[in-house]
Design a protein. Structure first.
Length: 234
């Protein structure tokens, strides 16, 4: 039986893995996987993630990520590992970030960062079991897979509902909602829904959206789960 560990950026992603992804992945794994565990990245190098929850240091976060990922890879070399990190506000010390930012295709942007992470753990000899995933552009993008869920979870007003649907129509896919400080998915939601809280409202709303619906609307997210499914079934 295989084990899957998913490195996550914050408590919202941790809750998403525990509340939705775990059961979904166990199901598509068809009995070949025994556990799916989210691992929070600490804010300080060498720190215990449980004491330093959520978010990256904007200047040195990438090296903290690598330190934690490599330590965990060495602890259980037989397991499968992945990540769920936002592209928005990704740490500036990532060597590939400038190249990624210069790319116009959002999926190539993500792949550049993912390839860099994979390359940076190659030296320990277990990269074949490490499948990095960058969420374009932010966790909240998944919420735009089905904006009707906001009506149930938050009881949005008619004007808020219209604004949410307008955002959905404006972009090619939810993953295309970009990473500007003003137009990142979370910033849009905070503007449309005053008082929106990611760790509560985001999770409650996402729990009403089927993972298959997210896969249908978000091709990079879909590709990631397909990669994990294939790795589990190998």
């Amino acid at each position: 039986m295989k084990r899957l560990y998913i490195f996550v950026e914050g408590q919202t992603e941790e809750s998403f893995v525990k509340m939705q992804l775990r059961d979904y992945i166990m199901n598509i794994g068809e009995g070949r996987i025994s556990t799916v565990v989210p691992l929070l990245i600490p804010k300080k190098k060498g720190a215990n993630a449980r004491k330093n929850k959520g978010g990256f240091n904007p200047r040195t976060g990438y090296h903290i990520i690598l330190d934690f990922v490599i330590r965990k890879l060495k602890e259980d070399t037989a397991a499968l590992y992945s990540t769920m990190f936002d592209y928005y506000a990704f740490p500036a010390d990532c060597p590939a970030l400038a190249t990624s930012k210069a790319e116009t295709d959002i999926y190539k942007k993500a792949k550049i960062i993912e390839d860099q992470m994979k390359q940076d753990v190659d030296h320990i000899g277990h990269s074949i079991k490490f499948f990095p995933y960058i969420q374009m552009h932010e966790f909240e993008a998944l919420l735009f897979s089905d904006v009707q869920a906001f009506e149930t979870s938050l009881g949005v007003t008619e004007s808020q509902r219209k604004a949410l649907y307008d955002v959905q129509k404006e972009f090619t896919t939810p993953e295309h909602i970009n990473d500007s400080p003003k137009t990142a998915p979370s910033k849009i939601l905070e503007k449309i829904i005053p008082g929106y809280q990611k760790t509560v409202d985001g999770i409650n709303t996402l729990s009403l959206i089927r993972v298959d619906r997210m896969r249908e609307k978000c091709s990079h997210f879909n590709q990631w789960l397909s990669i994990l499914e294939n790795a589990i079934k190998e």
